[in-house]
Design a binder for this molecule. Structure first.
Ligand SMILES: [Zn+2]
Ligand SMILES: [Zn+2]
Ligand SMILES: [Zn+2]
Length: 164
């Protein structure tokens, strides 16, 4: 997203090996459940993992082709929809961007995603919240089938808090 401020920020992009490991793990989960990790789904997840931060859909479309070719928007939106449904990607509505899930949960779909969002530099961090499971249980006992829950907290990250 790029920092709006000019002080130092930690680089949170994962290494290539880590991106590949996560891709392989998600591919394995999909295969185990009879879902196909198609090339566009894999590519979109790869872009989000490599970015290590939220990315707007139009940037995913622009970066899609390894040769610099943009994707057809529906290709990317359909891939995002699939990845979001599986819980490996979250949409952060308040900044209309997508981010790869960093929760280590085995069953990604069971978790309510909570994000800390820095309004100064745009940094985001997914955190586990104690109430998430209870909320999903409450939804289930009310007879609802909830596809996604995202809690978004805005403020300042540690780096921006100390830099005044
Ligand atoms: Zn998550
Ligand atoms: Zn910040
Ligand atoms: Zn800042």
């Amino acid at each position: 997203m790029g920092a709006a401020c000019d002080h130092e920020h930690p680089d949170c992009r994962p290494g290539l090996a880590e991106v590949e490991r996560t891709l392989a793990a998600v591919e394995g989960q999909c295969a185990a459940e009879g879902e196909r990790m198609t090339a566009p789904r894999r590519r979109v997840l790869e872009l989000l993992l490599a970015a290590g931060e939220p990315v707007k859909a139009y940037d995913l479309i622009a970066r899609f082709g390894a040769d610099g070719q943009a994707a057809k928007p529906p290709t990317v939106y359909r891939a995002l929809e699939f990845l979001e449904r599986r819980g490996v990607v979250h949409r952060i509505a308040s900044i209309s961007a997508y981010v790869a899930c960093t929760s280590a949960a085995d069953d990604a779909r069971a978790h309510a995603a909570a994000f800390l969002i820095c309004d100064c530099c745009g940094a985001t961090e997914e955190v586990a919240v104690a109430g998430g499971e209870a909320f999903l249980e409450a939804a289930a006992s009310a007879g609802y089938s909830i596809e996604r829950t995202t809690i978004e907290g805005h403020g300042r990250c540690p780096a921006c808090r100390v830099a005044v």
